[in-house]
Design a protein around this ligand. Structure first.
Ligand code: 2AL
Length: 251
């Protein structure tokens, strides 16, 4: 198999979280994939709601374009809300995976039902929207919030990690599920140890997306340009948005 080059886009501006996810992604990829890990210079430091997602989306679209101009063949949107996913697929030539969608697909392959452990109560609502949107609502028993902000996962205290562990244990005991999904990119480094400890699949979306993206690239399957995911129509675009589009579509 040829060695593919992908990019992991952290849509928030946290370098620490970008690094946490990059380490996990590169461990999974071994020597089979080159992974560029990027985040925007400007925007929101963490994504915890609809406003944050809207702000982050422009940065994601710009990174997709910049990545393809550098020769990147596939992309991961590494935030559990999968912000801008369909728009990103429109501007991309390569496949684009969101970590929530990847994790839900992977969990559904090994368990009839799963639970999700995420950060704040407001991100529970976003996860529930995605479950409906992706058709996984009936597969999900519960979405739990550790009730700590996203950046608490990077504060070095270990408190958030301890709470993730507690909620995973509780979900295993009470939810009657076969797998648990970690509902934040900043939890990517916890899955292996928790899976060993709980003796059940604990699924991290970053690892799931790297693996699924590699499979698509190995099979030569890419974003369909037949239908709604075709490139945006060429109608002239102004301002910073031009940097999101292939040069053939910009004035
Ligand atoms: C996220 C995530 O994965 N990264 C971020 O900034 N916000 N979503 C979440 N549910 O915590």
């Amino acid at each position: 198999m040829p060695r593919h080059r992908i990019q992991l886009i952290n849509p928030n501006t946290s370098q620490a979280m970008t690094e946490t996810m990059a380490i996990t992604a590169r461990k999974i990829a071994g020597s089979r994939l080159d992974i560029d890990a990027v985040c925007p210079d400007e925007g929101v430091p963490s994504i915890e709601g609809h406003f944050d997602e809207a702000v982050a989306t422009l940065g994601i679209l710009q990174q997709i374009r910049a990545g393809e101009d550098r020769g990147v063949q596939g992309h991961i949107i590494a935030c559990f809300g999968d912000p801008g996913l369909l728009a990103a697929r429109e501007v991309a030539t390569g496949p684009v995976l969101g970590i929530a969608e990847a994790a839900m697909h992977m969990a559904s392959l090994v368990a009839t039902r799963f639970s999700i452990v995420t950060t704040l109560p407001r991100t529970v609502i976003i996860a529930r929207h995605l479950l409906h949107h992706y058709g996984f609502h009936d597969h999900c028993a519960a979405v739990h919030a550790i009730d700590l902000p996203v950046l608490s996962l990077e504060d070095g205290s270990g408190t958030a990690q301890q709470k993730v562990r507690e909620y995973c244990l509780r979900a295993k005991e009470q939810d009657n599920v076969g797998a648990i999904i970690l509902g934040c990119g900043g939890m990517a480094d916890l899955a292996t140890q928790l899976s060993d400890e709980l003796q059940m699949p604990i699924i991290d979306g970053v690892s799931a997306a790297v693996t699924l993206l590699e499979s698509l690239l190995n099979l030569g399957i890419t974003t369909s340009k037949w239908g709604d995911l075709d490139f945006p129509r060429n109608k002239g675009i102004s301002g910073p948005y031009a940097a999101c589009l292939p040069s053939s579509l910009t004035p």
